[in-house]
Ligand binder design. Sequence first.
Ligand code: TMP
Length: 215
Amino acid sequence: MFAFLYCDDMKKKGLFITFEGIDGSGKTTQWKLTGRYLRRLGYPVLMLREPGSTPLSERIRRILLDKRLSVNATSELNLYLAARAELVGEVIVPALRRGEIVVCDRFHDSTMAYQGYGRGIDINLINKLNDLATGAVRPDLTFLVDIDYRTSLSRRKKSSDRLELESRAFFNRVRSGFLALARKEKGRFRVLDGREAIDTVFDEVIACLNRKLNR
Ligand code: TMP
């Protein structure tokens, strides 16, 4: 049905790792530590975030997170997908073809969890639209840093962005969504307990990375 522009996996030499979780889970800290760890081991590493990491996608990010704007659920979905299509086509696929390790803070699972489970847009439809935006490029390994809403709230900065202003019920749906996705794709996901100390969580990340890299 869709043109899988980048689906020629034969040409893909790199490794694609993503970090997911609700706001305040600590995933960005784990993402940074992972980049530093892999670089120290000598791997070529590309650190990216979603939405963002290209000039166009960073502009879309600003719109998406602006709490002065009201954005309807369909426009929101399409903006996340537009930011992703740009990033995948211009940056991720070329990097994977060069054999780099791409480490991305959020990717398509966030759309499934936030716009699907959170906003209530059909999951199967989002899945297809994600394929259209990414050419079906999917992560090889996804760390889900799981925390409950109360912990997430206690960790957030005061200046909340548009998404962070959502209700407890919304975040509970998003969290359950992430966990449901992880159950569906056990081979790709590694679920981490985000209430643990940063180092404890990172020890698990390292163990998993080392296995993936056959170290
Ligand atoms: P960040 O603050 O973790 O960088 O993420 C930006 C916000 O955007 C966060 O609240 C989650 C949200 N988001 C979605 O709702 N859908 C998506 O597809 C992505 C990538 C992020």
